[in-house]
Design a protein around this ligand. Structure first.
Ligand SMILES: NC(=O)c1ccc[n+]([C@@H]2O[C@H](COP(=O)([O-])OP(=O)(O)OC[C@H]3O[C@@H](n4cnc5c(N)ncnc54)[C@H](O)[C@@H]3O)[C@@H](O)[C@H]2O)c1
Length: 352
């Protein structure tokens, strides 16, 4: 029987509450599909600053590297807002992505049928099964390029190597092959030198994937098309900064931030799985956080890191079923049962 070693980085704010629900569901899936899971916990973010003085202790990196995958809640909160930039909770997040070599960020934007009315976009524009996968480069580009400031200026540099573009392009083409074989590469090649290299390199890699239909789109147009006609997209691949912005835009099309999962992958099996939302300090400890984004992140982990696609499908189906009649306050609609964070976890387990 397969036995997976999972490191839990519960983090701050609502992090511990939502990760506990994800663990419940993963244990249930393990029982049902016949695999084992053992857990280890490690500190990241504000809780790590409190305990050790730094947001990413070395012990955390070692534990994550020794595991099959990592589940992360969220980090940050007003308590640590006065920390210097390189010692803020969010620095721990950038640090762990770098330390684990997580260069590919997968952000699905999916609308669950029962939640269609939560989308700000008209029904006829979304259609019945909007399902976009944004593949964002995560460890290069302007967030990591040379930066500086003088008295009256400041600068950041967008720099990509061919190797960095090739590896993220391959992740995106592989993803497109598993889906509808359609890939949109987003850049700003009409203005930026780095984008011209991006486009040229993606075209080169496309020769390895003759079955995938590739098109290119400028980022400003893509921002518009996501709202005008989101159904045209299947997989989108783009740079760190463009992906950061476009994936937040795409997530709003899906309605609620409490529903959206993400995966960050290295070349190997190890991945880091987390909801896209933050630590929600305004509702931390109230027991009302929506755990579904974290539970859906577990489904992604089963699919992309642990090789248990049937368990992943079953969790997603269970979430869809539960949403027909049950809602946490953030997605509540009249006539539904209003449930707490832990009740939502229990309901998904029952539906499984
Ligand atoms: N990956 C991460 O760990 C991550 C990501 C974004 C922000 N942050 C940090 O989180 C802290 C709070 O940031 P923010 O307020 O801008 O963003 P946030 O995502 O934490 O919260 C935004 C709003 O959405 C609500 N919300 C978020 N997740 C929810 C859930 N699961 N269920 C119900 N409601 C939910 C919150 O209550 C809040 O009203 C900051 O310190 C920020 O730096 C961390």
């Amino acid at each position: 029987m397969a036995d997976y070693k999972i490191t839990l980085l519960k983090g701050d704010g609502i992090g511990p509450e939502i990760v506990d629900q994800a663990v419940k569901v993963l244990n249930k899936a393990a029982d049902k599909f016949g695999f084992g899971v053992t857990y280890d916990e490690a500190l990241l973010g504000g809780c790590a600053i409190d305990a050790t003085g730094v947001p990413l202790p070395e012990e955390t990196v070692a534990k994550c590297k020794a595991s099959d995958s990592v589940i992360l809640g969220a980090v940050g909160g007003p308590k640590w807002d006065d920390q210097p930039g390189n010692n803020r909770p969010e620095a721990g997040l950038l640090g762990i992505r770098g330390a684990l070599g997580l260069f590919a960020n997968l952000r699905p934007s999916v609308i669950f049928g029962p939640l269609k009315s939560a989308s700000p976009i008209k029904d006829e524009i979304i259609g019945d099964n909007m399902d976009i996968m944004i593949v964002r480069e995560l460890t290069g580009g302007i967030y990591f390029g040379e930066r500086g400031k003088s008295e009256d200026a400041a600068w950041d540099t967008e720099k990509y190597s061919v190797a960095e573009i090739e590896r993220i392009a391959r992740v995106a083409f592989d993803m497109a092959m598993k889906r509808n074989k359609k890939l949109t590469s987003v850049d700003k090649a009409n203005v930026l030198e780095s984008s011209r290299l991006w486009r040229k390199t993606v075209i080169e890699v496309s020769k390895e994937y003759p079955e995938v239909e590739l098109n290119h789109m400028y980022v400003d147009n893509c921002a518009m098309q996501l709202v005008r006609n989101p159904k045209q997209f299947d997989v989108i691949v783009t740079s760190n900064i463009f992906g950061d912005i476009l994936s937040d835009e795409a997530s709003m099309i899906a309605g609620s931030i409490g529903m959206l999962a993400s995966a960050s992958l290295s070349g190997g099996k190890l991945g880091l799985y987390e909801p896209i939302h933050g630590s929600a300090p305004d509702i931390a400890g109230l027991g009302i956080a929506n755990p579904l984004a974290t539970i859906l992140s577990v489904a992604m982990m089963l699919r992309y890191s642990l090789g248990q696609p049937q368990a992943a499908d079953a969790i997603e189906a269970a979430v869809s079923e539960v949403l027909k009649t049950n809602r946490t306050p953030d997605i509540y609609e009249d006539g539904m049962n209003k449930v707490s964070c832990s009740q939502m976890g229990d309901l998904v387990c029952e539906a499984l």
